[in-house]
Design a protein around this ligand. Structure first.
Ligand code: FES
Length: 124
């Protein structure tokens, strides 16, 4: 069996929503101390709907595929739904990740949650 699913390879080779949103409503940056990988997420939010999302990931292929899939999962969705996004859902949407690569999907979950916290704190 191939180590990575076709979906992982597709999102790694052709990541969706790469880039920066200059006037983002929420920005989150997280890293994994062990592997040194870093992920940054930018959210544009209008009326509690995520109208745009972009990411920059300095990390492994699974982290890039996870961030790409995570952005696709929350784009156009209400903030409340994005808050519920788990790394498990990201990995499942990618048709799985090897066990020792699950932490890469955790980065995507954390980056989105961190960007949402930034958005909430700015709203106050
Ligand atoms: Fe660190 Fe994948 S090896 S995020």
């Amino acid at each position: 069996m191939a180590l990575y699913s076709e979906k992982v390879m597709d999102h790694f080779l052709h990541p969706r929503n790469v880039g920066v949103i200059e006037d983002a409503d929420g920005v989150g940056e997280v890293g994994n101390a062990k592997c040194g990988d870093i992920m940054k997420m930018y959210l544009k939010i209008d009326n509690d709907i995520i109208t745009d999302v972009k990411f920059e990931t300095f990390g492994c292929g699974s982290a890039i595929a996870s961030s790409s899939m995570a952005t696709e999962l929350i784009k156009g969705k209400p903030v409340a739904q994005a808050r519920e996004l788990t790394n498990k859902a990201v990995a499942e949407a990618l048709d799985g990740l090897p066990d020792y690569k699950m932490h890469c999907s955790v980065l995507a979950e954390e980056a989105i949650h961190s960007a949402l916290e930034d958005y909430e704190s700015k709203k106050k």
